[in-house]
Design a protein around this ligand. Sequence first.
Ligand code: SF4
Ligand code: SF4
Length: 107
Amino acid sequence: MSRLSVFLGALHFGPPAPPTPMPHVIAEPCIATKDASCVEVCPVDCIHPTKGEGSFAGATQLYIDPATCIDCGLCVDECPVRAIFPQDDLPEEWKKYIQINADHYTK
Ligand code: SF4
Ligand code: SF4
């Protein structure tokens, strides 16, 4: 294949699309644990409520803001009960937590 055809092909198809962000989600094991270890490592402060917020004591669990999460994965190994998953890796029975996490930031 000539350089010209490679160049023209690149013009036709354009560069590959960037990967779609896949926010992380906090699921059921957080309930009753809620130790906030994940909050400490999140570089963009997208896990709430934090222990410093008034709503922490009454919160059922912590939640990840899908609009802010940069999908770095740092929080996953911090969780002592393995409650955090990339959205696409959530076990089927916990898929509802995608909406539960998002709702915390929209209601
Ligand atoms: S994946 Fe990264 S950005 Fe998203 S909640 Fe976890 S630590 Fe924060
Ligand atoms: S580290 Fe796990 S259990 Fe602790 S608050 Fe975060 S998600 Fe919940």
